[in-house]
Design a binder for this molecule. Structure first.
Ligand SMILES: NC(=O)C1=CN([C@@H]2O[C@H](COP(=O)(O)OP(=O)(O)OC[C@H]3O[C@@H](n4cnc5c(N)ncnc54)[C@H](O)[C@@H]3O)[C@@H](O)[C@H]2O)[C@@H](O)CC1
Ligand SMILES: Nc1ncnc2c1ncn2[C@@H]1O[C@H](COP(=O)(O)OP(=O)(O)O)[C@@H](O)[C@H]1O
Ligand SMILES: [K+]
Length: 497
């Protein structure tokens, strides 16, 4: 696991290191400059002729320090100052004086195409408004130049918290970020603009007394260790029984994918509760699953009660449809069962019309809305959701005391205590019908094996994305299907040993 931070959090960590720990700002800057210079190397970058484009803040000061280090190593490195002299920070003033002492060359009108590498040191985490005027022109010239581009800390013009383009932004081949990845380097489009990402340790640590819950938590392969070890003596009952309420008429595929994924994620048993029209299809497609059905007229409380009683975990939603009678069934289950639940898709759309029902449950609960479903739950639009993202998702998870997995190209998982996981696995090939059903199955499968909702949800998202990455490697992002994501689960989960 590692943490990603916002610009404000990074500034607080910088200030803490300088003021409380006593490492002078210029020492941090020298380390930042040295680390970034080391990243300018073949095969991506040539040191034949380098232009350092520097703003007036400390990001610009990093660039000036880099120019001096490169110049002193015999590299042709020229400084182009874009910032206003009146706005120079104290560090910038000092770096300019030092650079002048070493006779580092300055240029006023760079011939953009004569450089092999351009260092983008215009704005870092201090970007505070939309880029315009002269800055806009300079960024356009950088993007049009034939040189390779390396960005210092973050591509100039990318918002450090959201990854959005603030008017214009530098498209980098590589970004060297200091101490911790900024969230804007992980969210799109920032992630794309950053190019290859390197994180440089410049001597800034997380505050020892600080509460890490305020940072984004990012899982990596080490978290596969959270998967419960499969006991050699175990029987299928030990690995959990999942009731999968899924699939209306004509939507058996969602029930199939979610149930198949659930078994492939290690659940001991799955029982699909579905519309009677799906009986033969599902029993043929997935003989490993048990099956019970309901008809058009009404749901049967006795049959559902029996199935709920049998299960250790209940998943509701994939392909279930929006028939209002289902809302009664869902309400009954929420009120009468304390078992861990995963609620997805149309189950969430139905609940968005009667939200008080969510408050009636008392057991652990994971919801897995995509951005559209999340917006519906919040009674807002997707664009309004994005503006306050992920604060609004965190607030929802807290207020409803549930784990909220908000699915997107970068899925976030917010826990009731406010912890926010940002997932870095997965790819554009997963934008294919049924990929979300697979995720529901994976999370239910992990819950069934005894993982608490707070771990099963972020780990399920991480594993699902890695499985998608395997599918893309094999089949490419155009042709991979949701079922290929299920096939990708085995190699990932096998890593746990
Ligand atoms: N000691 C420290 O604090 C360290 C800072 N470091 C560097 O310092 C950077 C942060 O420095 P600063 O806080 O000085 O901020 P920046 O250098 O990122 O930018 C702030 C400057 O740009 C101006 N500005 C912001 N948005 C603008 C816009 N849209 N149009 C025109 N001007 C705009 C601000 O008025 C200010 O002058 C980091 O990203 C990192 O590169 C590193 O050297 C590590 C140590
Ligand atoms: N560009 C992408 N990068 C990474 N993951 C993606 C991308 N597009 C979609 N996904 C993932 O694929 C899944 C799609 O789920 P969903 O939108 O519910 O689709 P469906 O309803 O068709 O199953 C989510 O887990 C989402 O995070
Ligand atoms: K920059």
């Amino acid at each position: 696991m590692h943490y990603a931070v916002t610009s404000e959090q990074m500034k607080a960590l910088d200030a803490h290191t300088i003021k409380d720990m006593g490492i002078p700002s210029l020492v941090l800057m020298e380390r930042a400059a040295l680390c970034t210079v080391e990243e300018i190397r073949e095969p991506l970058f040539s040191k034949e002729r380098i232009l350092l484009v520097c703003g007036s803040g400390n990001n610009g000061a990093d660039g000036v320090a880099m120019a001096r280090i490169l110049h002193n190593r015999g590299v042709t490195a020229e400084i182009f100052l874009v910032g206003n002299k009146d706005r120079w920070t104290e560090e910038m003033r000092i770096q300019i004086d030092i650079a002048k002492n070493y006779r580092v060359p300055f240029v006023n009108n760079p011939a953009w195409d004569e450089y092999t590498t351009i260092v983008d040191a215009i704005f870092g985490v201090g970007l505070s408004r939309k880029v315009s005027g002269r800055y806009n022109d300079v960024i356009t010239s950088i993007n049009a130049a034939s040189a390779r581009v390396i960005s210092v800390d973050i591509p100039s013009g990318i918002h450090g918290n959201t990854g959005e383009i603030m008017g214009t932004a530098v498209r980098a081949d590589k970004t060297v970020t200091f101490a911790f990845p900024k969230a804007g380097l992980y969210f799109y489009p920032g992630a794309e603009y950053a190019g290859e990402l390197a994180v440089a340790d410049i001597g800034i640590q997380m505050m020892e007394t600080g509460d890490t819950r305020k940072y984004y938590s990012c899982m990596d392969e080490r978290e596969l260790g959270l998967l419960p070890k499969r006991q050699p003596s175990g029987n299928k009952g030990d690995f959990g029984k999942v009731l999968m309420i899924a699939g209306t008429k004509g939507m058996s595929g969602a029930a199939f994918l979610a149930s198949n994924a659930c078994l492939a994620a290690g659940a001991g048993m799955v029982r699909i509760h579905t519309r009677e029209e799906n009986r033969i299809i599902l029993q043929t497609q997935l003989p490993e699953a048990m099956l019970s059905v309901y008809g058009e007229e009404d749901w049967n409380p006795r049959a559902v009660g029996e199935a709920v009683g049998w299960a250790d975990v209940i998943a509701i939603g994939p392909g279930i449809g929006k028939d209002p009678m289902l809302l009664d069934m869902i309400a009954w289950i929420l009120e009468n069962s304390r078992k861990p639940m995963v609620l997805d898709a149309d189950c969430l759309n139905l609940l968005s019309t009667q939200e008080e029902l969510l408050a009636k449950r008392s057991g652990p609960c994971v919801i897995t809305p995509h951005m559209g479903e999340m917006a519906r739950l919040l009674h807002t639009t997707v664009s309004a959701l994005k503006k306050e993202f992920p604060k609004n998702v965190q607030a929802y998870g807290r207020s409803k005391n549930l784990v909220c997995v908000c699915k997107d190209a970068r899925t976030v998982t917010c826990l009731p205590d406010g912890t926010c996981y940002l997932n870095l696995t997965g790819n554009e090939g997963m934008a294919t019908a049924g990929a979300g059903d697979v995720l529901t199955g994976v999370i239910a499968g992990l819950l069934a094996q005894g993982l608490p909702a707070e771990k099963a949800a972020p780990l399920g998202v991480y594993i699902h994305g890695r499985a998608g990455d395997i599918a893309k490697e094999k089949l490419g992002s155009y042709s991979m299907l949701a079922r290929d994501i299920i096939r990708g689960l085995a190699p990932i989960m096998r890593e746990r040993g």
